[in-house]
Write a protein that binds this ligand. Sequence first.
Ligand SMILES: CC(=O)N[C@H]1[C@@H](OP(=O)(O)OP(=O)(O)OC[C@H]2O[C@@H](n3ccc(=O)[nH]c3=O)[C@H](O)[C@@H]2O)O[C@H](CO)[C@@H](O)[C@@H]1O
Length: 357
Amino acid sequence: MNSKNIVFTGGGSAGHVTPNIAIMEALGKHWNVHYIGSFNGIEKEIIERTSIPYNGISSGKLRRYMSKENVLDIGRVVKGFWQARRLLKKIKPKLVFSKGGFVTVPVVLAAKSLGIPVYLHESDMTPGLANRIAMRFSKKIFTSFEEAASHFPKEKTTVVGSPVRKLLFEGNASKGKRFLGFEKKLPILTIMGGSLGAKRINEEVRGLLPALTKQFQIVHICGKGQIDRTYLSHPGYRQFEYISEELPDILAATNLVLTRGGSNSIFEFLSLRIPMLIIPLTLSQSRGDQILNAISFRDKGYSLMLEEENLTQEVLLGHIIELREKSEQMKKAMAAFPASNGVASIVEAIEKTRYYK
Ligand SMILES: CC(=O)N[C@H]1[C@@H](OP(=O)(O)OP(=O)(O)OC[C@H]2O[C@@H](n3ccc(=O)[nH]c3=O)[C@H](O)[C@@H]2O)O[C@H](CO)[C@@H](O)[C@@H]1O
């Protein structure tokens, strides 16, 4: 079979990159995969750990509010468009797969201008600004949530679930415990504040450490620059800025999670059947997508939800205890969720694409 080129794009936060990894690793060997992201985003760090060629372009932030930076950013997006166009002309992909995030806008527009079909995936309950712009230029749209489909044109949208990396299902709990140095029988509570960390959650968790470590061993993925050296040798508590290769083993060892409401993370925990307490980003910090994600999961019985406005150490401790008490019930609800994820459907659609140039 002749080999074909395909370009993936997505970035700004890990949630716009890890689903791409899940799909890229499942594509047949006849695909030559290339990545386009920003010059300095987290996508560069993540993709450069793989063998996929990475191409940087200039990228602006899309803000919903007035700011002087908007003018500069329009310039950056225009520059990004021409850089993406040049790259696409050189790579000549049959298809561009876009996962969302600001950097994808110039790539999608450049693909459209060259007649290259674009497929898009939306992880959240409602489309982000980048995907709202990109959807009109896309041939096919995939969503993680059933509820999200109504925000996109019906004729080109399919609900496929969240593309989860295969490796996450291959974790080894004993290896995870050994890596963490956890030897006690206490359950492991993993705290994941989103790929960029969560300052407020970090502070409250650390304030509760004496109480929490009596009942749990704690893995705290706290985000870049957020490690607190005061607690470096606190027994039963391990901090990390970000976890890469060891994540499958750590999750295999994990009994409960405390997490932000990032769509990919919560679908991963659901696929691994790990009961979760979700503290979504507030409306003042975001467009509110994580609140909707959390409500959907809570209402299906997969998680508890705690709004950050109500977050105090006492309330947090109460919710973590409740999570432990309800964990068997949650696992039962999760068991009814199909073990399959979005990867197979998306790969099948990519393979079936017939309108190559
Ligand atoms: C602040 C912000 O804009 N958050 C958004 C962002 O979240 P964020 O980037 O935090 O995205 P998610 O929680 O969806 O995904 C994070 C991904 O990073 C991985 N991971 C995380 C930490 C770590 O140490 N190692 C690791 O591999 C997780 O396993 C997951 O695959 O994109 C999501 C998907 O559009 C949205 O739902 C979130 O609202």
